[in-house]
Ligand binder design. Structure first.
Ligand code: ACK
Length: 941
């Protein structure tokens, strides 16, 4: 009966709505009928929905029954309601819990449980679980029940994130407030994250939301710039469980004015003829329109625009279209421009007027500029045709000389290596009065013999007249009595000869050779002396056998002559020769000792060729050599300067000798200042301190008691070494073949010997603690035996050499800048070691046959270079060892330079192997060619 009542209550009553009866658990089927009849007559009563639970499909759900008590209920029944209203309402028991056990029915069987006394938990909900549920819990034994109706709303998925706050157009500089919202469904709360690309910008965790919050919100604030254009901002909602990640993104469209920059060309230097591509990089939103212009004027005719790519192309650009190219970009928000300056590079080219031939008069200043165009600006240097020396531009000659005659090449060179040089050449034709080439100015003859005097004239324009004059005679050509004049013309000179037959005593005199041309005249004094040696007697022809004897004698004589020449040529001056002679070697060593220690009894060092009788020796150092003026007969001027002159003279009774001695007399010129006289006296004072030495010009005497002051020194027939070397240049070919027939012919051995002798002379001077201060080849004299003698002592350098540009003007006087050591140039310090420096320069002069040192460099340029450690390079034709010696003389620190004694020894070692001392074949031809033979001492290499 119980079972029937139970079925009746759970099945029938429940389905019919009778369970809503407050006592339906105690109802019998009769009660039910009465109650149903009441319901039917009263109408149905609906339970209100007590709560709604929203869940996501796939997640668990807990439906609340609303039962609140400390005691667990007697039973719990959960029903699923079907149908929309009470009439149609049907219920399914899905869960039953009572003292006899718990039951879950149907599709809830494996996922429904009761938690917290009466609440129903579904482990996983499905979309099909959407609907209303009811729970029934009796509270007391009197069958009172608690009924609760719960609505379960199952959502497929949450709404997902939504972005608000952005509405284009947006302009750079504005602030953007982005908002991201996403739905919270029940317990399913998302984490919200803002991203820019993969970069996380901000995040909010689910725990911050209150239980009843239904929307998760995350804001992001941004000051936008143009760089945010096209950037995507993402908002992600991360749900635990099956929903997972939901995302929304927004792409910004930021508007801004254009900006421009030049992307091509990469450099601003282009070569003429190249194609040039210019590209303007434009950044703008909305897009800009782009145009090009050339600020200096018209665009090149051959240009093309590619608007789409903002490109400008110029085909084969020319230098005329250098300048600034500008690109202009414009949109609704603004304008921007950018420019590039194109520098068009092109090779050097020299303006054609440089090709003109130029003429200049001797003594004039001459300048010629070389105008060269090119980009980059080319460096312009001048050189002389056939020479390696270079000169700065403009080419400048102060007081031009015949030696400057020649072709000059201007070379413009670009710093860009593969641009070819541009060259132009012009001929400089130097015109001026004739020049008498000094050869032999003293001739000798015997009485009744005949003699031919020679005078060689070089002239441009050609000499209009060359004549011989003496007393009242003047002969240009032809024969007058015993005198006949002939002229032989060569391409470069006229050789005029005066032949005197049956020479008479009155013919021993001086003659003038006069040459005249358009620009002036020149006179040379030529002296005819009486020959001292008697002419050889003719060998009488006696008989027929005589020719045989004659031939025999001639052969012997020839042999003797040859041997004599051979030994002469062996150059007894070389150290090698001296080394073989003990006596003389000792003499050399003695030179290294202070000569003060030498007494008059010890032999003076002799060099072969020295004539001991020529030396006027005095035992005392401070010698009184006052010479009687009337014993001096002046002959001719050897050379003169502004204040002084050197005169050749005969001195009678020197050292008690019977024969007159040929001497040179240094004196002041008429009208020269008191300073000039002082200088000469100073030089005399210095010379008096120097005991005789074969390589120092010897003081023979002086006349100081009355005016003019005469300083008498030994005569050196070959003049100064500088002039001598320059004169020797033209004889090169025969010289180096060693066919020696003329004192002007030089061998490498000669040059070696000169250097060595100068070192010896200076060792002597240095041992006396005398500083020369002006050692240079022009101040070395050379006698007829090619013995070098140091001369020009004291401070009177300018007295005899005023036309010598080698003394550059300084405040107190002219200074030999090119010969001076750095400490003298820059600090005015002079010492024996600064003389050593000058010796190195003198050595260089000898080896280049007297080129001007630092060729091509002006004095300031030379000094600047010297200060920076520059030294002259090795003359091509001299060997390394010799150059090494020079370089030692040019050490910066004076202490590092050798002494003159060291130098004598070093040179002995080197020049004993004199064969390769100078490499003959490598001597630059231009240095010696015939045209140079007429060059003066201003010779530049
Ligand atoms: O080369 P030179 O003929 O030699 O020209 C100069 C000129 O005088 C002016 O200095 C010459 N000279 C100087 N001293 C002497 C001397 N002692 N013997 C011969 N010539 C001399 C020098």
């Amino acid at each position: 009966m119980d079972f029937l009542n139970s079925w009746f209550r759970t099945g029938f009553l429940h389905k019919t709505g009778l369970r809503r009866h407050p006592r339906y658990r105690q109802m019998t089927w009769m009660d039910s009928l009465v109650f149903l009849a009441t319901l039917w007559t009263l109408g149905s009563t609906q339970e209100p929905i007590s709560s709604t639970t929203v869940v996501l499909a796939g997640y668990p759900a807990v439906l609340s029954c609303g039962y609140v008590s400390d005691q667990p209920p007697v039973s719990v029944d959960w029903y699923r309601l079907e149908g929309l209203d009470a009439d149609q309402e049907r219920t399914h028991l899905l869960y039953h819990d009572s003292g006899s056990g718990t039951f879950a029915f149907g599709k809830y069987s494996d996922r429904a449980t009761v938690v917290d006394n009466a609440n129903l938990r579904l482990d996983t909900v499905y979309m099909s679980d959407n609907g209303d549920y009811e729970c029934e819990v009796p509270t007391t034994e009197d069958y009172d029940i608690v009924l609760s109706k719960v609505r379960l709303q199952v959502l497929d998925s949450p709404d997902g994130p939504r972005i608000t706050g952005y509405s284009p157009p947006l302009f750079a500089g504005q602030t953007l407030h982005l908002r991201c919202e996403s739905q919270i469904v029940g317990d399913v709360r998302p984490t919200l994250v803002w991203y820019n690309g993969s970069r996380e910008l901000s995040r909010v965790e689910p725990s911050v939301w209150q239980p009843d919050t239904t929307t998760a919100v995350l804001n992001y604030v941004l000051d936008v710039s143009k760089y945010d254009n096209a950037k995507a901002y993402r908002c992600q909602a991360l749900y635990r469980g099956p929903v997972g990640v939901r995302e929304r993104k927004v792409t910004l469209d930021i508007r801004y004015a254009p900006t421009t920059h030049m992307t091509y060309p990469l450099g601003t230097q282009v070569r003429e003829g190249d194609d040039v591509l210019l590209r303007c990089g434009v950044d703008s939103n909305p897009p800009a329109t782009v145009s090009w212009e050339r600020l200096e004027g018209a665009m090149p005719p051959n240009h093309k625009l590619y608007e789409e790519h903002h490109l400008l192309r110029i085909v084969g650009i020319t230098r005329a279209f250098h300048g600034t190219y500008q690109c202009r970009a414009e949109n609704s928000l603004g304008v921007s421009t950018t420019a590039v300056s194109l520098d068009i590079l092109y090779p050097p080219s020299i303006a054609s007027q440089v090709w003109n031939k130029a003429e200049a008069l001797v003594g004039e200043n001459f300048t010629r500029a070389c105008v060269a165009d090119g980009n980059p600006t080319p460096s312009v240097r001048w050189s002389r045709d056939g020479s390696e020396e270079v000169y700065d531009d403009p080419l400048y000659f102060s007081s031009i000389n015949f030696t400057d005659d020649g072709s000059y090449i201007c070379r413009a060179r670009s710093s860009i290596q593969d641009f070819p040089d541009s060259t132009a050449k012009f001929r400089l034709d130097v015109k001026g009065p004739p020049q008498i080439v000094k050869q032999n100015t003293i001739f000798s003859a015997t009485e009744n013999g005949s003699v031919t005097l020679e005078c060689e004239v070089e002239s441009d324009p050609p000499a209009t007249r060359v004549a011989w004059k003496w007393e009242s005679n003047s002969i240009e050509s032809g024969t007058v009595g015993r005198y006949s004049v002939r002229q032989k013309e060569t391409p470069t000179s006229i050789l005029s000869t005066l032949t005197i037959k049956s020479v008479q005593a009155s013919d021993f005199r001086s003659y003038q050779c006069l040459a005249v041309n358009l620009h002036g005249e020149e006179t040379q004094v030529i002296v005819l002396e009486r020959a001292t040696a008697p002419p050889p007697q003719p060998i009488p022809l006696v008989a027929i056998v005589l020719p045989v004897i004659l031939v025999f004698i001639m052969v012997i004589l020839g042999l003797l002559y040859y041997l004599r020449k051979y030994w002469q040529r062996k150059l007894p001056w070389t150290p090698k020769y001296l080394k073989n002679k003990d006596m003389e070697m000792r003499a050399i060593e003695d030179d290294y000792l202070p000569p003060i220690a030498q007494d008059s009894a010890s032999p003076m060092p002799l060099l072969p060729g020295d004539d001991p009788s020529n030396y006027y020796q005095e035992p005392d150092l401070i010698r009184d050599l006052e010479f009687p003026r009337d014993k001096l007969s002046l002959e001719r001027v050897l050379g003169r300067g502004n204040f002084g002159q050197v005169i050749k003279a005969k001195a009678q009774g020197v050292g008690g000798a019977d024969k007159p001695m040929t001497v040179a007399v240094k004196t002041t010129k008429d009208g020269s200042s008191a300073d000039a006289k002082d200088d000469l006296l100073k030089e005399l004072k210095m010379m008096k301190l120097i005991p005789p030495h074969p390589n120092v010009v010897m003081l023979i005497g002086y006349c100081t008691k009355t005016e003019p002051v005469y300083v008498i020194v030994e005569y050196c027939a070959l003049g100064n070494l500088q002039n001598f070397l320059r004169k020797c240049r033209s004889k090169r070919d025969s010289t180096y073949a060693n066919i020696q027939v003329d004192e002007r012919l030089l061998t490498p051995r000669d040059l070696a010997s000169f250097i060595w002798q100068i070192a010896r002379g200076m060792a002597h001077v240095a041992s006396l603690k005398i500083v020369h201060r002006d050692l240079a080849s022009r101040n070395v004299l050379i006698d007829k035996n090619k013995v070098c003698k140091i001369s020009d002592f004291g401070l009177s350098r300018d007295v005899y050499d005023t036309d010598n540009e080698e003394y550059e003007q300084k405040t107190q006087g002219r200074l030999p800048l090119r010969w001076m050591a750095p400490e003298s140039l820059f600090d005015h310090v002079y010492s024996v070691k600064s003389d050593v420096w000058s010796f190195g320069i003198t050595m260089w002069e000898v080896l280049t046959l007297a080129c001007t040192p630092y060729p091509g460099l002006s004095p300031p340029a030379m000094m600047e270079r010297l200060r920076n450690g520059f030294r002259m390079s090795k003359p091509v034709h001299c060997n390394e060892e010799v150059y090494d010696i020079m370089r030692k003389c040019w050490e910066d620190d004076p202490e590092d330079r050798p002494t003159f004694i060291d130098l004598v020894r070093l040179l002995e070692d080197v020049i004993t192997k004199a064969e390769d001392f100078i490499k003959i074949d490598e001597i630059p031809a231009a240095m010696y060619d015939e045209s140079n033979s007429k060059k003066s001492k201003q010779e530049k290499c």
